[in-house]
Design a binder for this molecule. Structure first.
Ligand code: TYM
Length: 332
């Protein structure tokens, strides 16, 4: 579809307030591809309804997520930024891919197992087939790379398997994508339980630092972060609390773990936690200011949504038509 240009594709659910995990593991890395790749970044509202949403909140968060993409540095002139439900080809290709995805494969997805344990009263078919919708998102744009946090790697690998299976039956249909996992920040952990991923749906607000948290809250949350026994600032997998804080500090300052160990040699956890809070608040302040400006201009956001959906549809239509033709659907 793009003869000389590679494609980067990713998405974020507008299902809660976005966290520094979403930022460091995913959104911040999206703009790395803006110059040389054709880039598509989607607000995946259709994925969000696999768990119950309050409609007004989903709507508000859809605007906010688009605004955050831009506030995090994604220029809508250089990246196609759009909302999933505005491009109907996603749902259509997802149905087709459902017919090329095995029950056993979907049953093995760890996110499905986790979410069905958490929402035991609503284990719906959408929750189960969620990865085929995600595969449709990616494959519609003949994607080469998918920048995501490590929790999404399994879904991208399933997408590769689906693409390869389809290509075997119908050669030359899809580009087979690669997941790109950030070296640092691929999994930011909860501040309350550093053995668990930091998640926007965590019920404990102190476990999570949101991109839009104010400075005082950010510093307070880091000060309260659970740390390990001992007091040394040293990266050690056996000490997930301090190691997680070091990862955050490293992501926001660009310093290596060795440099951080040297910088804080002889300091206690208290000093270090304060420093992590301060660099995080400093780094997020410009994002928050830009976000507030963008959100105040609803007409601008809507114009960008429209433009993004039109651009995305153009590419999505072409892949869907190719797939339908290969399958033998009559095309008039
Ligand atoms: P979602 O909305 O849960 O998360 C968005 C992105 O943020 C990353 N992430 C994290 N990275 C590091 N540390 C964390 N604590 C952390 N929490 C979240 C996720 O890995 C993800 O990259 N299914 C996807 C959305 C999606 C998608 C796609 C992604 C739908 N279609 C197509 C890529 C391509 C999801 O639920 O992400």
């Amino acid at each position: 579809m793009f003869k000389d240009q590679k494609v980067s594709y990713s998405g974020v659910q507008p299902s809660g307030n976005l966290t520094i995990g979403n930022y460091l593991g995913a959104i911040r890395n999206f703009s790395e591809y803006s110059e040389q790749y054709k880039t598509f970044y989607c607000v995946v509202d259709q994925h969000a309804i696999t768990v119950r949403q309050v409609p007004a909140e989903l709507r508000r968060r859809t605007y906010e997520t688009l605004a955050l993409y831009m506030a995090c540095g994604l220029d809508p002139e250089k990246n196609t930024l759009y909302v999933q439900s505005m491009v109907h080809e996603h749902a259509e290709l997802a149905w087709i891919l459902n017919c090329f995805t095995m029950f056993g494969e979907l049953s093995r997805m760890t996110q499905f197992k986790d979410k069905s344990a958490k929402h035991a009263d609503n284990i719906n078919a959408g929750l189960f087939t969620y990865p085929t919708l995600m595969a449709a998102d990616i494959l519609l744009y003949q994607t080469d790379v998918v920048p995501v946090g490590i929790d999404q790697k399994q879904h991208v690998e399933l997408c590769r398997d689906i693409a390869e299976r389809f290509n075997q039956l119908y050669p030359g249909t899809f580009t087979v994508p690669q997941p790109i996992i950030a070296k640092h920040g691929m999994k930011i952990m909860s501040l309350a339980d550093p053995t668990k991923k930091m998640s926007k749906s965590d019920e404990n607000p102190n476990a999570v630092v949101y991109i839009l948290d104010d400075r005082d809250s950010i510093i307070r949350k880091f000060k309260r972060a659970v740390t390990d026994s001992g007091s040394e600032i040293r990266y050690d997998e056996e000490k997930p609390g301090v190691s997680n804080l070091m990862t955050v500090y490293s992501c926001f300052t660009g310093k290596t773990l060795e440099e951080i160990e040297r910088e804080f040699a002889g300091c206690g956890y208290g000093d270090f936690k304060l420093a992590v809070g301060e660099v995080t608040a400093d780094a997020l302040a410009p994002v928050q200011n830009r976000f507030a400006e963008l959100l105040a201009d609803k007409a601008y956001l809507e114009a960008q949504m429209k433009k993004g959906a039109e651009e995305a549809s153009w590419y999505a239509r072409r892949t869907l038509a190719k797939v339908q033709k290969k399958l033998g659907f009559v095309q008039l």
